[in-house]
Ligand binder design. Structure first.
Ligand SMILES: *[C@@H]1O[C@H](CO)[C@@H](O)[C@H](O)[C@H]1NC(C)=O
Ligand SMILES: *[C@@H]1O[C@H](CO)[C@@H](O)[C@H](O)[C@H]1NC(C)=O
Ligand SMILES: *[C@@H]1O[C@H](CO)[C@@H](O)[C@H](O)[C@H]1NC(C)=O
Ligand SMILES: *[C@@H]1O[C@H](CO)[C@@H](O)[C@H](O)[C@H]1NC(C)=O
Length: 507
């Protein structure tokens, strides 16, 4: 029927018109997929003020993206499959977004990153830190990570081990088999060490059940001298207390705790609980070093953090730390996207050219809210890390004793600080002990080694806060780098097994 044909044509023409309208081209739809649940450090409520702040600064820059407007839509990731459903529902009911921000949780991020890559949509996250996401060639081709991933932390450990001339370690981590934060964290170390041929012994435990710390220490004693741990701060303390009781805290062993995000669980006085073990814990912590993310600040950061804090406080979220690595990261994600889009538009492309946009975001350095952000050629942020150790054994003061700068790849100890081991390289009699040791049969990642797993991620849970004021309070030194210088178990788990590739197998 001609009339319906006419109608069709009209519709098509209209659609074409709308699609190519410059107004539409200058309207950027952002889909932010993060958990609604405020128990996560990167909940929508916590991140939204940072995104608003970033969008305002982009829109107020007359030379950056003149005439562009941004429409941010927030959807729940629920830290799981809901993330994918949110993306699909939004695309079906409304339209495909121009860019996806988040998710952070590994198991939520994996399917979203695959679909985004299939649709050629840029996806930028301050999470998705697992090793598997490095695979950009096909699977995660459109994913850009604006927070340092666990493999970057692995590089830091390698540099640290080379510095001290260590070549073997025990890896201890808690594994809930659901979110698997520590699993993915330790996987980053394991990947780096495996490549280097270092000897590793791996033990895991479930903190929800009884953790036999005496047994753990016993299995290390006289076998491994360097112990790398990822667990809750209470478990770390219990392990340190057990090590102290067994005489492992006299300087012959080094314990290293990984706590990248939750600044309330490390730093000065983290051994203190106000219980009868405080004195012993203080002594034990002289053998403990903590690896965390190096944070930077600059004048503008203060304004940003005050604004984020006041927005979050209005929602009744009272806490010490308002601006954490995720909040900061999503701000910087917007800036990165805007810079890339600016360059794209300048060279005659549009926001729809997803491949080009992604390439524009990789292999570059730009100014983030707290300092420089450098993205490597694979689209992952370079990581700078700090090592915190006890510098006053009497008072039990903990301060930054070492730094790692990801771009340069060099690990340095601060010269003026005294630790249990004195200054400089920590010498351990690593080799003596080990020749007689038979390789551990069951030390792999056990079942998890069998199938590639992944994405555990709740980076969330584990990941928490590192706030500037907090850090100040605890006198954890913040580097002020001048940027002018160069410087679910059972069934659920089975379902998840293959959802992200992992090579974490120590067997
Ligand atoms: C605005 O954007 C331009 C182009 O990217 C950049 O060079 C300039 O520093 C920005 N101005 C401000 C005030 O951020
Ligand atoms: C923003 O995007 C959402 C989802 O795509 C849409 O429903 C809403 O109408 C948009 N708002 C504006 C002001 O364009
Ligand atoms: C951060 O660490 C503190 C102290 O150990 C703990 O009470 C808090 O629950 C942690 N936060 C998260 C989100 O894990
Ligand atoms: C990254 O950028 C540098 C210069 O900015 C360039 O020399 C190098 O070839 C780029 N690397 C890749 C893999 O694109």
């Amino acid at each position: 029927m001609p009339s319906s044909l006419l109608l069709d044509l009209l519709v098509v023409a209209l659609v074409v018109l709308v699609k190519s309208s410059p107004l539409e081209d200058k309207k950027v739809n952002l889909l932010v997929i993060l958990p609604k649940d405020d128990k996560y450090m990167f909940s929508i409520h916590r991140v939204q003020p940072a995104i608003n702040y970033a969008l305002r600064s982009v829109e107020s820059n007359a030379s950056l993206l003149p005439g562009f407007t941004f429409n941010a839509t927030y959807r729940d990731s629920d830290c799981g499959n809901q993330a994918l459903f949110s993306l699909v529902d939004t695309a079906l009911k409304e339209q495909k977004p121009d860019v996806v921000l988040g998710p952070v949780c590994e198991y939520a991020a994996a399917p979203v990153a695959r679909l985004a890559s299939h649709w050629k949509l840029p996806m930028i996250s301050a999470g998705a830190l697992a090793t598997g996401f490095m695979q950009k060639v096909d699977e995660y081709s459109h994913l850009t990570r604006v927070a340092p991933a666990y493999t970057k932390m692995g590089e830091m450990f390698l540099a640290m081990f080379r510095y001290h001339k260590w070549s073997r370690a025990a890896l201890l981590y808690s594994d809930d088999n659901v979110e698997r934060n520590c699993y993915f964290t330790v996987e980053g170390v394991h990947t780096a060490f495996k490549e280097e041929g270092y000897h590793m012994v791996v033990h895991n435990f479930d903190e929800a059940k009884h953790v036999d710390v005496e047994d753990i220490i016993h299995s290390i004693q006289n076998k491994e001298r360097v112990v790398i741990m990822c667990a809750s701060s209470d478990t770390v303390r219990n392990i340190m207390l057990a090590a102290h009781r067994q005489g492992l805290t006299k300087g012959d062993y080094v314990f290293i705790n990984i706590e990248l995000f939750n600044s309330s669980s490390y730093g000065d006085g983290s051994w203190r609980r106000g219980d009868k073990h405080d004195v012993e814990a203080k002594q034990a912590y002289s053998s403990l070093q903590t690896v965390t993310l190096l944070r930077t600040v600059k004048p503008e950061f203060e304004k940003f953090s005050i604004e984020v804090k006041s927005s979050v406080q209005k929602l009744g979220l009272a806490e010490d730390d308002y601006v954490n690595m995720f909040v900061e990261g999503f701000h910087d994600a917007i800036i990165l996207y805007a810079l890339a889009l600016h360059e794209l538009v300048k060279s005659g492309f549009s926001k729809k050219d997803g491949d080009k946009l992604v390439q524009q975001m990789w292999n570059r350095t730009y100014e983030g809210i707290a300092g420089q952000v450098s993205i490597d050629p694979n689209g992952d942020r370079y990581g700078d890390f700090s090592v915190i150790g006890m510098t006053d054994l009497e008072a039990g003061t903990q301060e930054v004793i070492g730094d790692f700068f990801g771009i340069q790849g060099n690990f340095e100890l601060r010269p003026n600080l005294k630790t249990l081991w004195g200054t400089g390289r920590i010498r351990l009699v690593e080799n003596k002990v080990f020749e007689t040791i038979t390789p551990c049969k069951s030390c792999g990642l056990g079942e998890s080694a069998v199938t590639g797993i992944v994405v555990g991620a709740l980076l969330g849970t584990g990941l928490l806060m590192a706030f500037y004021f907090f850090r100040k309070k605890y006198r954890i030194t913040i580097e002020r780098r001048n940027h002018h210088d160069d410087c679910n178990i059972g069934k659920h788990r089975q379902l998840r097994e293959d959802s992200i590739r992992s090579n974490f197998s120590a067997a």
